[in-house]
Design a protein around this ligand. Sequence first.
Ligand code: ATP
Ligand code: MG
Length: 245
Amino acid sequence: MSLAIKVNDLSMAYADGIEVLRCFTHSFEAGSFTAIVGPSGCGKSSLLRILSGLQSPSSGKIETKPDTSIGYVFQEPTLLAWRTVYENVALPLKIKGLNQQLIHTRVVDALALVGLADRQHALPRELSGGMKMRVSLARALAQNPDVLFMDEPFGALDELTRLKLDDELLDIWRRQKCTILFVTHTVSEATYLAERVLVMSSNGTLKDDIKIEGNTRNEAFRASTAFHEARLTITKSLEHNEEAI
Ligand SMILES: Nc1ncnc2c1ncn2[C@@H]1O[C@H](COP(=O)(O)OP(=O)(O)OP(=O)(O)O)[C@@H](O)[C@H]1O
Ligand SMILES: [Mg+2]
């Protein structure tokens, strides 16, 4: 088993003394899909920011493979309004100093992966919410990420668009073989997408690590007993959380 990220005894307290992560320990296998759920404010976004290197922890250890490249998708698409789809996806690669030809190949490939090959000259205001999120995903994929961090990426979208994007994301994950850490508030989305669901408690500890059985993800899986039982287990774990507050 090869590990993408090994986290040991991670804790985080902000300057005002708010503790958001406590003794968080977990190993993320390379190529795995992990969903992270937990009550609002328990530290999910803080965890992703720390694991991706955007923020330093107060204590604890994070080990990653050398030269791990990362992609980050936020809840908001965070696109530059005055730049085209192509330019939005290309910008981080330009900042990295990649050569023009490589940038072009990466951008075209990423836009094809998210089904937006024909919209590269559009401006963000000409796109639907789902399309903007696809651009944001393409921008992360263009980094050729070994690890893709996703913080409630589809939370603001309507149900049907979200279900469609969930399936598209699974397709991309299988093809790209990257490691995905996916924060969501939607238990059914976590159950459908992930191989493991981590449940965090309101005090910032890792409460449960729930394995989701089965490899196929389709309508039949959504209707299966395995899906419903897993969803119930996660919901119960979250509910007990609430009782403990
Ligand atoms: N930069 C910061 N400075 C101080 N406190 C912060 C900062 N960022 C987050 N917090 C606090 O840390 C706690 C956890 O925040 P975080 O955003 O990680 O939670 P979350 O689990 O992602 O919540 P949500 O589900 O609502 O997105 C909250 O109480 C928040 O107010
Ligand atoms: Mg958050």
